[in-house]
Each structure stands twice: as structure tokens, then as C-alpha cells.
Design a protein around this ligand. Structure first.
Ligand code: IMP
Length: 426
């Protein structure tokens, strides 16, 4: 048995989909354990570009068992659209398993997500408006609807009736339009009957796979800085994308988590609001945004761009248990004369090396940089560490030194063959 957890070590969009797809070639099982269709994993397969939202990245390989685990919130309509979209593009032989303990996202969650954002005005989070926060809130409030109940028409009817009564009161209080029970029930009943064939107890399935000594890849969504507990609260998502969250979110024992691979870009990006100490504007930001296609997969928003922040990476290493790193989009930095890496912050005249908990403090920190000469050469055809320009080698080594994490692979382009493995992981 071998398990590997893939974790975004920044604010999401680090290239987790590409790494998962690459490592999935060796995996028997790929698991998505948290989040929902707020994620956007871009994968290039057979020359075609795919943007996965809630379906695990192993879906392209008929040999791989893909699990959507109990920690996810699943939007049945969008998930089926995603699946049909894949089928239309020739991905018809796949193995998909959906946890009967996962929760579903319904239209009122999306309506509330949008409304809360509007009410927050200049304090808005910048959510994907997919209803993720309200769905997790209902789960915690014990008025969520689980897949197991969703796929039993009579149970679904009863729980939806009860929940909708509460949700409609909430919507009314907020001055929002209420939802009609029959409309939701009849529409979602059809989705439920289609989804039913994929549903099982995925914890049991995982135990079987563990006993069979399978190779299991846990595909994280979002990133540590968006973690509900360890991210830049309140500008975070509503689940925990760390290595530690995987056991509870997938129904396995913590002792089965072996390695945690942090995925980081060679620079930093963030979508949505909230503190971002190394954010930059101007020519270099535009250069990186255009070259790195830094626009949201889900919402198409231009991503905020900044220099690499090793305080963030050290925070991610500690709270997410990262012991290997994948350095992504390395080729994007070619052509920048001077590069900066943040290794500490200044807060009210004091040097600090950790991420403050309070937004009041974090929004005031100033990054302290070391500067390094960049490289002009295009590195997208590089296939080994030795082939990298010396300045690129030094950049990579400096990150290892500042984060205390071994870089086990780096990526110089979107294709599978542009992934250079320095240490085998699975
Ligand atoms: P929510 O997850 O839609 O509630 O959004 C909360 C915050 O997380 C917002 O800043 C989103 O932009 C961000 N977010 C959620 N999912 C992703 C992702 O997959 N990549 C990057 N940011 C994300």
C-alpha cells in the first residue's frame, strides 16, 4: 500500500490537476476528499484541454477507481453536466464512486452564497458563488442533505420538505426569492436516479484498496491558505485542504497517510479577496498573468499575481504536513531580469517568520525579499535539472533551503512530458 496526498500550498490553482494526472498514471485509486465544484483542475489529455470541477483527475484512465469522498459537497446537476461533457469528448470508460455520506449542493445554497457576498459589501470574500459555504454550513448545522438520503425518493422528499421550510424562512428574512418544493424535487429526483449507480460506502472501498496494497492518490482542492482553519480567515473556503483533513474526509485511519506532496507555483497567485503580502502590479505582474494564463478556471476572473512567498510555504509545510514539493509553472519566470523571494515579513517594525492569525495584522505585513538574478532562456524544453540555466537551478535550490522541503518534481509546461521528476513518489 502506498498513499500520497496532494495539497495546494498557496491559494489554490497551483497545478494540482496536472500533477495528479501525471502521478495517476501509476495510481490505482484517485480520491477527492473535500470541496466541490469551486475547484477547477485543468488537465491536458491527448492534446485536449479538460477543466474538471468536482470529478477526480483519474477519470481519464479506465483502470483507475475515482472516488468522490464523504468530505465533498456535490452539486448533482453540475456534476452530471461535467460527466456528460467528458462522455461527449470520448471519455466513456471510467470508474466512479460517490460516497453515500457526501452532502449535496442545492439551488438555495447558490442563492444564499450570492446574497451573503452582496451583504458583505467591501468585506466580500470573492467566493465562486457555487453555494459551497452555505452547503457546508448546513452540514455543520445538521440540516444538510446527504447522498444516501438524496437517492431514496421517499427520504429525499421528507428531508427536502423539512429543510426547504427552514431555508425559505431564511431566504424570506433576507428579502430573497423563495424556492418551490415541487420544482426542486422533480428536477433533482432525475439527477438522483442517474447518480444512484455510482453511490456506495467509499470508506469500505478504500479499506479494501488499502488491504490490497493499492496505490492511492488523494487529490486536494483549493490550497492551504484557503483552509477554513489555517488559511486567511475569513477569506477562505469552507473545508480544510490539508493532509490532516484527508482521513476524516475520506473515512480512513490517519496512520495510512504516508507522504504529502505540496504543489506550489514558482510565483504566487490568488483569486478572490483577502491579504496577499507579495502581490505585485505593473509590467511583471502582467507578464506573469499573460504567460501563465492566470485567469480563473471556474469564474474566469484575472488572478492576482505576486512573488513567491516562503513564509506561506513554511506555514503550509507545518500545518499540512508537506514533505515533498512540486514546483509548477517554472517556465513562466523565464525572461524576468530580477526575481524576488519573500523569506520573512515585517510587522510593526518587528521581523516575523510566520503567518499571523489576524487579518488586521496580516493585511499590514510587509514582505522582506531576497533578490536573485533571473534567466532569459526558454526552459519549456528542459527535461532535467542539469539542463536548467544556472540561475534557474539556484532559484529552485533557494526554495528548498528556505522551506526545508525537497523539490521532487518541477514542471515547465502543460504537457505530461514537461514534468521533470527528481524523486519518484508513487
Ligand atoms: P468558495 O470556496 O466558493 O466559498 O470561495 C472562497 C474562496 O476560495 C474565494 O476566494 C475563492 O476564490 C477561493 N477558491 C475556492 N476554490 C478555489 C480554487 O479551486 N482555486 C482557487 N481559489 C479557490
Amino acid at each position: 500500500m502506498k498513499t500520497l496526498v496532494i495539497v495546494g500550498s498557496q491559494w489554490g490553482d497551483e497545478g494540482k490537476g496536472k500533477v495528479t494526472d501525471f502521478l495517476a498514471q501509476k495510481a490505482d485509486v484517485v480520491v477527492r476528499s473535500q470541496g466541490g465544484n469551486n475547484a477547477g483542475h485543468t488537465i491536458l489529455f491527448n492534446g485536449q484541454k479538460f477543466a474538471l470541477r468536482s470529478i477526480p483527475s483519474g477519470i481519464f484512465n479506465p483502470r483507475i477507481k475515482n472516488i468522490m469522498a464523504n468530505g465533498m459537497v456535490i452539486h448533482p446537476k453540475q456534476m452530471l453536466e461535467e460527466l456528460h461533457g467528458l462522455e461527449e469528448r470520448g471519455i466513456t470508460k471510467y470508474q466512479l464512486f460517490i460516497s453515500n455520506r457526501a452532502h449535496i449542493v442545492l439551488p438555495y445554497h447558490e442563492a444564499l452564497d450570492g446574497a451573503f457576498e452582496q451583504f458583505k459589501k467591501d468585506k466580500k470574500i470573492g467566493t465562486t458563488k457555487r453555494g459551497i459555504g452555505p452547503a457546508y454550513a448546513d452540514k455543520a448545522n445538521r440540516i444538510g442533505i446527504r447522498i444516501a438520503d438524496f437517492i431514496e425518493p421517499c427520504v429525499f422528499k421528507e428531508v427536502l420538505k423539512q429543510t426547504l421550510e427552514i431555508k425559505n424562512m431564511e431566504l424570506k428574512m433576507l428579502g430573497l426569492e423563495q424556492f418551490d418544493f415541487d420544482c426542486i424535487y422533480n428536477e433533482y429526483l432525475e439527477y438522483a436516479s442517474e447518480i444512484k449507480k455510482y453511490v456506495c460506502d467509499t470508506s469500505l472501498l478504500l479499506e479494501e484498496e488499502i488491504n490490497k496494497e493499492s496505490k492511492i492518490l488523494f487529490e486536494g482542492a483549493q490550497g492551504v491558505m484557503l483552509c477554513l482553519d489555517h488559511g486567511t480567515y475569513p477569506y477562505v473556503t469552507s473545508s480544510s485542504p490539508t493532509g490532516a483533513s484527508v482521513p476524516v474526509n475520506s473515512g480512513i485511519a490517519p496512520r495510512y497517510i504516508q507522504d504529502v506532496l505540496g504543489i506550489c507555483k514558482a510565483y504566487t497567485t490568488r483569486v478572490g479577496e483577502g491579504p496577499f503580502p507579495t502581490e505585485i502590479d505593473g509590467d511583471i505582474a502582467t507578464y506573469i498573468r499573460e504567460k501563465g494564463h492566470e485567469y480563473g478556471t471556474v469564474t474566469k476572473r484575472p488572478r492576482r499575481v505576486g512573488y513567491l512567498d516562503c513564509v506561506v510555504l513554511n506555514h503550509a509545510r507545518r500545518v499540512a504536513g508537506i514533505n515533498h514539493m512540486a514546483l509548477m509553472l517554472f517556465d513562466v519566470l523565464s525572461g524576468i531580469e530580477n526575481l524576488k523571494i519573500c523569506y520573512a515579513y515585517e510587522l510593526d517594525g518587528k521581523i516575523i517568520h510566520s503567518v499571523p492569525a489576524s487579518e488586521y495584522e496580516y493585511s499590514r505585513v510587509k514582505p522582506i525579499y531576497l533578490e536573485m538574478p533571473g534567466w532569459q532562456e526558454d526552459i519549456s524544453n528542459v527535461r532535467s535539472f542539469e539542463d536548467l540555466p544556472v540561475n534557474a537551478q539556484n532559484y529552485l535550490k533557494k526554495i528548498e533551503e528556505l522551506t526545508h522541503i525537497k523539490i521532487s518534481l518541477f514542471s515547465v509546461g502543460p504537457d505530461r512530458n514537461q514534468t521533470i521528476v527528481l524523486e519518484e513518489l508513487l
